[in-house]
Design a protein around this ligand. Structure first.
Ligand SMILES: [Zn+2]
Length: 269
């Protein structure tokens, strides 16, 4: 794990890349900043996390790091020990952690129990959507550092994901006063969703997904298939993180739409 602190020595802000070793966008965005750092007005720590998995170009070596938090310094896997190390390094920093997906080429943010440090930042991010993970925080960084904003920056390995990650980091640093703010006057507030349940995937040799992420699936509408068996919706839902092969046992998640990031009081209800 590589840690570089800029703008001071007691950071309350953290920018994290490389939780997953095969998602280069966050690592690239951090390397760009470190190569030519601007003048920071607040201390920020930049962390490239799973260097061993990045070197191997694998999501993880022994266990998915984003299912291993809070981790254990004497744990049985590389990722369990690394999770504990990162948890200690982050403390209660407001944390910005970058990922990429196989399910969506746009950008969205993931949050858990947003507080008054998190919500003002979300309004400054140029993302297509904000998703509250609800009860689905198991082992994610949220379980160790609740003041985390995760961003999905686009397709894994794409140049666009690196560009998106660089833009979103700049917006995060502007929203937190580490750098001058980014002018987003006139930008529409992002829609806000909450994850509901996982959509199980039967064993099959091939899968398809017809639904588009963040676009409503109507009751009775077929939205995916396992081999030739179509899967239909019992109730209307918004699909999130839906893809044919992104996860082993699920297609993705159903979500409900709560409103927009300008209406955070609804989340507290
Ligand atoms: Zn990831």
């Amino acid at each position: 794990m590589r840690v570089e602190c800029l703008g001071g020595t007691e950071p309350e802000l953290a920018v994290v890349g490389g939780i997953h070793g095969d998602e280069p966008c966050g690592v690239n965005a951090i390397e760009r900043i470190l190569a030519d750092p601007p003048a920071f007005e607040r201390a920020v720590q930049f962390i490239i996390v799973n260097e061993e998995a990045i070197e191997a170009d694998k999501r993880y070596l022994e266990k998915d790091l984003n299912r291993a938090f809070p981790g254990d310094p004497d744990g049985p896997t590389h990722e369990s020990r690394l999770a504990a190390k990162l948890t200690e390094q982050l403390g209660d920093c407001l944390t910005f952690s970058m990922h990429s997906t196989q399910s969506y080429d746009g950008t969205f943010a993931l949050i858990h129990e947003p507080d008054d440090r998190v919500t003002p930042v979300l309004k400054q991010l140029s993302v297509d959507a904000v998703v509250d993970v609800g009860s689905h925080s198991d082992g994610r960084l949220f379980d160790a550092v609740p003041t985390t904003i995760e961003v999905e920056c686009g397709y894994q390995g794409s140049e666009q994901a690196t560009e998106n990650a660089s833009r979103l980091v700049r917006e995060f640093l502007g929203a937190t006063g580490a750098l001058p703010p980014v002018d987003r006057a006139g930008a529409e507030p992002a829609p806000l969703f909450r994850l509901d349940r996982q959509i199980p995937k039967d064993k099959a040799s091939s899968y398809s997904v017809y639904a588009s992420n963040f676009e409503l699936v109507a009751a009775g509408e077929p939205f995916a298939a396992a081999d030739n068996r179509e899967v239909s919706a019992d109730e209307p839902f918004y699909p999130v993180l839906m893809s044919p092969y992104g996860y082993e046992a699920v297609f993705g998640y159903t979500a409900q739409r709560l409103g927009t990031v300008d209406e955070f009081d609804k989340l507290a209800e």
